[in-house]
Design a protein. Structure first.
Length: 386
């Protein structure tokens, strides 16, 4: 079946636009700290509240089988509007801690109708070559995640409100283009009723279980790496007297992961999604183990090393999603992707909070060692499968 050529580009642009909300709070964390009076622990609070909202949203979506019972494009549009509204609510002059946490929670909740739903739409259009399609799609998510750091680094009007306004407008536009230009895909099969045990029963499928555990190991590392990359850059500058633009370099390091997702998608067509996921996970595990040594390198080599880590840490993500989608019945693809996302992001909260605590208790150059736990477990399970 011939695909409409505009579908994937529209999905890529929409995914980028809507997921720019994800790190909007983290990019302006210093300004939020001034508004709320919170200290360094705000880094963990801001991101963990989004992750917790996302987990809650994915649980609700998976339990009610939203992605498999209703039009995914309409769900994407509605969730984009509500996520943008939650993001804009941070513009208030008097921002309390609880307003901050609930606003970021709401953003995360409605992102559950954007990220996994976008992958569900792609799976409905690309029965073959899904690894390549998801490589571009997750690459767009990675670029969207890094985008607020670019806005902050450019110091537009030196006003953090600009970051919130631009990312919210982008999200609304992303939702609109999907609902108008991406109809339901030809390979989608709609479920007509709720099957309460359907999601959990998927873990009885060996291929699904292996892909899911590999993804969980990847998620232990990914968001904590992103969240604490600014701290790593700050620590390096303090130790070595360098003068980096931390927001701009954070943007570059995260954005490079989008490139590796796309490259991994192309390679997956030749050697398969499993191998790409396995070797990317292996590469990022090695960076975790060697991370203390990176802080001893000259500035150029440190930045090259951290950038390569930023590429390795994301390259496996779309391929794990492809393995998950291909392991389940067509009428449960949306539920399978949403459920795996849910558990994966729950795991990410634990690693983020762990690094938040460790960053105040031990030398910051050592905290990234603990990110290796997840990838090593994922590699062990995948090696057994292999």
């Amino acid at each position: 079946m011939t695909h409409k050529p505009h579908i994937l580009p529209v999905l890529i642009l929409a995914q980028f636009a809507c997921t720019s909300l994800w790190f909007a709070g983290n990019a302006i964390v210093d300004d939020i700290a001034l508004k709320t009076g919170l200290g360094p622990e705000i880094i963990g609070y801001v991101l963990s509240s989004v992750q917790f909202g996302f987990i809650t949203g994915t649980l609700v979506f998976a339990f009610l089988m939203i992605a498999d019972r209703f039009s995914p494009s309409k769900i994407f549009f509605i969730c984009a509007l509500f996520a943008a509204a939650c993001n804009l609510s941070l513009l208030v002059a008097e921002l309390s801690k609880w307003h901050l946490l609930f606003a970021r929670f709401g953003t995360g909740f409605f992102l559950a109708g954007i990220y996994p739903i976008g992958m569900k739409i792609a799976a409905d259009y690309y029965e073959n070559g899904l690894g390549k399609a998801l490589g571009f799609l997750v690459g767009a998510l990675v670029l969207g995640t890094s985008f607020p750091y670019l806005l902050q680094g450019l110091e537009l009007n030196s006003n953090s409100d600009t970051v919130l306004i631009i990312t919210s407008v982008l999200a609304v536009v992303g939702g609109i283009v999907v609902v108008f230009f991406v109809p339901n895909g030809p390979f989608g099969k709609r479920s007509t009723n709720i099957k309460i045990k359907a999601g959990i029963s998927l873990f009885r499928i060996p291929a699904f279980r292996t892909a899911a555990i590999g993804y969980f190991g990847h998620m232990w590392e990914l968001y904590a790496f992103w969240a604490f990359t600014p701290l790593a850059l700050f620590t390096y500058t303090a130790l070595n007297g360098s003068n980096f633009s931390i927001p701009l370099l954070t943007f570059v390091i995260i954005a490079l992961g989008g490139l590796s997702c796309a490259l991994g998608g192309y390679l997956a067509q030749k050697i398969g999604s499993f191998k790409i996921a396995y070797y990317a996970l292996l590469g990022s595990a090695l960076f975790c183990i060697l991370s203390p040594l990176l802080f001893k390198l000259p500035p150029v080599l440190f930045l090259i090393g951290w950038s390569l880590w930023g590429m390795a840490v994301t390259a496996d993500s779309p391929q794990f999603s492809s393995l998950v989608a291909n392991a389940v019945p067509p009428e449960l693809k949306g539920t399978g992707l949403t459920l795996v996302n849910c558990f994966g992001f729950a795991i990410s909260i634990i690693s983020i909070q762990l690094l938040t605590i460790l960053s105040t208790q031990i030398n910051p150059t050592l905290i990234f060692l603990f990110l290796g736990i997840g990838p090593l477990i994922g590699l062990y399970v995948m090696t057994q499968k292999k």
